[in-house]
Structures are given as C-alpha cells and as structure tokens.
Design a protein around this ligand. Structure first.
Ligand SMILES: *Cc1c(COP(=O)(O)O)cnc(C)c1O
Length: 388
C-alpha cells in the first residue's frame, strides 16, 4: 500500500518533542498544568444546551440536513452581522454554514488552489491555512508578523511574479497565536490589495468576540468593496464555548461562498439540524454569557501578564483572543523558555517557533484553564522566573 505523496510530505508535528517531555514529567509524578491548548474550559451556556435538547426531540432533525444549512440559521448569522458590524449580507448567497470553521478553512483550498498555486499565509499562524494549500500541491508564501509592524503582514512584499500565482491572502485577526488585532484601515488596505490583484482575501475571525477593556474588533466585511473579494470565517466555538459542537460559517463574497459550497456538497452532508437550532439560540439569545466569558478571560490575562511584567519581561497586554504572546528574554529561545517553565514550574506553554519561523523568540500561553489551576500555574511561574 502506498499513501499519497501529499500525506507523506505533511510537515512534522512540531510539538512532538515537547509532548515527549511532558510525558516524562508526568511519569515522574509531576502535577503538570497545561497552558498549551486553546480549548475553552467553561461549559456551553445552559440556554444553548436546552435548545439542543428540545431540537433533538423533534424527529425531523434526525434526517440529512440541507447542504447549504438551515435558512433560519443563515438568517440568524446575517442578522448577527447586521447588529454587530452593520454589514448587510444576503443569507442565501453570502453565508455558508460550516461543520466548524476549520473544516471550511481546509476545504477553501479545494475550491481555490490548483497545483503550483500560492497562498499567502501569516507567519506565525494556525497551521490549517498552509496545510490546506499543501494538500492541493500548492505552496505557502509566508508573511512574517513582526512586533515592529504590530504583527500585521506587509503584503506589498509579495513579488509581482508570485502575486500572479497567488489565489488566497489569509489573515487571522484577532490572531492566534500572536493575540494581535487588526484595524479597520488595515482591513481596507487588504481588501484594496486583493481587488487590485484579483485574489480572495480571507479573515479568520474565530476570536473576534473575545476582546478586552471595552475594545471591539472590526470585521473585514466592513471594508469598502469587501463583498466583491473578501470572506470571513467565524464560529460559535470560542464565543459560546462550543468547540465540541462543530458549527461555524463563512460569510462574504458570493462567488467564494458558491465555490466552497460546491466543494462541500460533494464531500459532506452539512451540520446536524439540532446543532443549527442551538446555534440560533446562541446567536439570538441573551448575550450576558459572552460578556461574562470576556470578563473571565480579561482577569486571567491580567494575572498571567502581571507575573511576567513583575519579572521584567517587556510586552503589551493583548487586547483580544484567549492567548498571551510573550517575547522571551534575550539569550533564550522559544524552546528553551518552554522547557524552563516545564522543568521548573511544571507548566506547559507552546514555543512560538511551532507556528512558523517568525514565531521564534516567543511563547504562547493559553487562558482557557480553570481559575484555580491558572493561579497555581502563575504562582509557580513566578517562583521559577525569580530564580533564573
Ligand atoms: C479555534 C480556532 C478556529 C475555530 O475552529 P472551529 O473549527 O470553528 O472550532 C479557527 N481558527 C483559529 C485560528 C482558531 O484558533
């Protein structure tokens, strides 16, 4: 048996080494606390769970859902965009429900990438943008995200001969892993650039609702002309603690919505209707659960940031996302710092280098850990840092 070359050449799993060390510490009896994974620790709001229970008892939800999602769910997404961003979307042509946004992010490459094509991806980034292209024998052009440039890519650096082969410009704000945010002006420039060079610009907005100190993150779809050339991915996973439910969407440019929809009709059969009904309850129900989550993450952010600030680390506290992205002190690397915190504090953080070469020199800490565990982790990290 021979697997495809595209599978054989998938890049190696960069956290394998750190996983081995975690297993070693655990085997030695250590109480390891992981700040490595961005999966919300809090449960899905009760009214959303109730909506699912009710929906699942309606036997009509037990059959195949529609490929394009329930019209009611698409309308509820469009209404959310109108309320939240004053963006008017046609729920029939500009909203595509997804089985979690990761699914759509990976499948978008099937719709846009031919062998030899390029996609421009941020570095560091969520790996799925690049892997999607790789699985279609496309190549990623990495756009470094630098602190000096507010972790925004400089797409003007893409050479003309590369631009002619570029199909997708991937953006992710608020960003995983850098926790950076984008401005409306930046989105406008990205949309103008995409239009000029006839490519699709995508913002992955998984963390747009988790923003601190009263800050509200913009949508790329607010930029002038966005609906001609831009789409945005969003998901209920992070906003409503629904990572296990698998429900998200892509919204924006109708041509891209149609193209991804065409791919999906051939490979999946949509989201369980009961989950879509629960999704409507999440989007249209009371939003105080979101405000409470944001408060909780903000307080965790402050506790985590304080301990590093007290030990002389220089950085600005993130405005959004569930991550803290910290530049490591001089003379250290991503890996050596992650290793130090594991060995001295039994705390797992992810080395920034795992998200791309420009992530070297950073570590990422996730705030999705119960408060009591986070406090222990913070206290242990404080002692470890004071002693180095
Ligand atoms: C968590 C996350 C998502 C959301 O994934 P779902 O498949 O919707 O659960 C998308 N993009 C990034 C960068 C993420 O961190």
């Amino acid at each position: 048996m021979q697997t495809a070359r595209r599978i054989q050449t998938l890049p190696p799993y960069l956290f394998a080494e750190i996983d081995r060390k975690i297993a070693e510490r655990k085997a030695a009896g250590a109480d390891v606390i992981s700040l490595g994974i961005g999966d919300p620790d809090r449960p899905t709001p009760a009214h959303v769970v109730e909506a699912l229970k009710k929906a699942v008892q309606d036997v009509s939800t037990h059959q195949y859902p529609s490929y394009v999602g329930m019209p009611e769910f698409r309308r509820s997404v469009a209404a959310w965009y109108e309320r939240r961003f004053s963006v008017t979307l046609d729920p029939d042509t500009q909203v595509l429900p997804l089985i979690g946004s990761k699914e759509g992010i990976a499948n978008l490459s099937t719709a846009f990438v031919d062998p030899g094509d390029l996609v421009a991806v941020p570095d560091p980034a969520y790996p799925v943008y690049e892997i999607g292209a790789h699985l279609h024998n496309g190549t990623a052009y990495e756009m470094p995200l630098l602190a000096a440039h507010d972790f925004l890519p400089d797409f003007l650096q893409i050479l003309p001969k590369q631009l002619t082969r570029t199909k997708i410009l991937w953006l992710n704000y608020p960003s995983n892993p850098t926790a950076a945010v984008a401005t409306a002006e930046f989105f406008a420039e990205a949309v103008a650039f995409a239009k000029k060079h006839d490519l699709l610009v995508v913002n992955d907005a998984a963390y747009s609702e988790i923003a601190f100190d009263g800050y509200q993150h913009p949508s790329i779809l607010q930029a002038p002309g966005a609906l001609d050339t831009a789409v945005e991915f969003h998901s209920l996973s992070k906003t409503y603690n629904m990572t296990g439910w698998r429900i998200g969407w892509m919204a924006g440019c109708a041509e891209a919505v149609e193209a991804l929809g065409r791919v999906k009709t051939n490979i999946d059969s949509g989201i369980f209707n009961a989950v879509q009904m629960a999704g409507i309850a999440a989007l249209e129900g009371p939003q105080d659960c979101v405000a409470e989550m944001v408060q909780l993450y903000q307080s965790r952010r402050d506790r985590v940031c304080s301990v590093f600030e007290e030990n002389g680390w220089k950085f600005t506290r993130p405005k959004a996302s569930v991550f803290v992205w910290l530049p490591v002190p001089e003379g250290r690397t991503s890996l050596s710092t992650a290793d130090l915190l594991l060995q001295k504090a039994d705390v797992v953080v992810t080395p920034g280098s795992g998200y791309g070469p420009a992530g070297e020199g950073y570590i990422r800490l996730s705030l999705t850990v119960p408060d009591d565990r986070l406090d222990i982790a913070v206290s242990r990290m404080g002692k470890a840092l004071a002693n180095t």
